[in-house]
Design a protein around this ligand. Structure first.
Ligand code: SF4
Ligand code: SF4
Length: 336
């Protein structure tokens, strides 16, 4: 089966705000990327959350805000943050581990919250729970059903690793049965825990051959089942142009200690391009991620080359077999 995936080019004039409002979480997923050494342990005060949202509001730009943690529903003022973001004209998403603390479904509404995303890494407890924790599958899927029943737009994020790639196809009947209409397939990154802990001897990452053989094919099948599927490009085709989102788009990854990154691959390092000081957004000087974005290399993404060199293979002339795309470049397949 061939894939009819379309690359979603970076949109000029659009901004995406990835807003970590706290780093605390009730779970301890084995691949968690939260790094409290770099991102702190603060839970933003309600007023600070509001002020920081206002820093990124721009009536002339389509702005998407994604509330993240830790587990963002542990923040008692998340529902307030959602309605403030909506007042500021933003499209709002919450990425949750599925526990939905503080009665989120009752405190907000499908009119205010455009998408509620659940992280689930397996089609059953046998696959999901060894990665995300005992009992997580049952709670997460029960809350997904509740949210669908209450008319929320529910999506699921599945982080593909060596531990679960063989079960990806089994997500299709599960999502269809629950009524999930968007599916984000994500690739495991070597940040946080997954950079430290091997996945039981075989490593977390899947090979280029496994990714290219399995992910586009299953994504096509999911779209045929009526689901809108998005997955990272990862490997550029020979004729495709490489673009670094740090240069051509406006993405901001905000952490509660005030660090603001432009590139998620940089988040384990104190090279953030911006920071929020006294509730003002300021550019940092010295060596920051901005300096790396300018470097053109044959392998594509510079941060991937620096942080994950093992993901690149070379031919006998020393040329990379695949150029690695920006980690933020996505492909999508619309329901067919
Ligand atoms: S739910 Fe998210 S923040 Fe919490 S432990 Fe898992 S990956 Fe980390
Ligand atoms: S992932 Fe690579 S290409 Fe994308 S913003 Fe970061 S450095 Fe640039």
């Amino acid at each position: 089966m061939t894939s009819n995936a379309r690359t979603v080019g970076f949109q000029a004039g659009e901004r995406n705000i990835f807003f970590h409002i706290l780093t605390a979480c009730n779970l301890s997923c084995r691949h968690c990327y939260i790094n409290t050494g770099q991102h702190g342990t603060t839970t933003l005060a309600r007023e600070t959350m509001e002020k920081w949202l206002e820093l990124f509001a721009n009536p002339n730009k389509k702005t998407n805000v994604i509330f993240l943690g830790g587990e963002p529903t542990m923040h008692p003022d998340l529902a307030h943050g959602i309605s403030r973001a909506k007042e500021l004209g933003m499209a709002v998403t919450v990425d949750s581990n599925g526990y939905l603390f503080n009665d989120l479904l009752e405190k907000t509404s499908p009119e205010l919250l455009d998408y509620l995303s659940f992280s689930l890494d397996g089609p059953d407890a046998m696959v999901n729970d060894p990665i995300r924790g005992k009992g997580v599958f049952d709670i997460c899927t029960a809350n997904m059903r509740r949210a669908v029943k209450m008319q929320y737009n529910v999506s699921v994020i599945y982080t593909v690793s060596s531990l679960n790639i063989g079960h990806l196809h089994r997500m299709i009947p599960l999502l269809t049965e629950i009524g999930v209409n968007r599916f984000f397939i994500q690739v495991i990154g070597l940040r946080g825990n997954s950079a430290q802990e091997p996945a039981g001897g075989q490593g977390w990452q899947v090979s280029p051959e496994q990714w290219l053989d399995i992910v586009p094919r299953i994504a096509t099948q999911a779209a045929e089942a009526g689901i809108h599927v998005t997955f990272p490009k990862v490997f550029l085709d020979k004729n495709e142009v490489f673009e670094c989102a740090g240069i051509v788009t406006e993405n901001f990854f905000i952490f509660p200690n005030g660090r603001v990154y432009r590139c998620p691959l940089c988040e384990d390092h104190p090279i953030h391009a911006l920071e929020i000081k006294d509730d003002k957004l300021v550019h940092r000087t010295g060596l920051t991620e901005d300096n790396f974005f300018q470097l053109n290399i044959a392998e594509g993404c510079i941060m991937n080359k620096l942080l994950q060199p093992d993901t690149i293979s070379y031919d006998n002339k020393g040329e990379p077999n695949h150029r690695i795309s920006c980690c933020l470049l996505k492909q999508e397949i619309l329901p067919g």
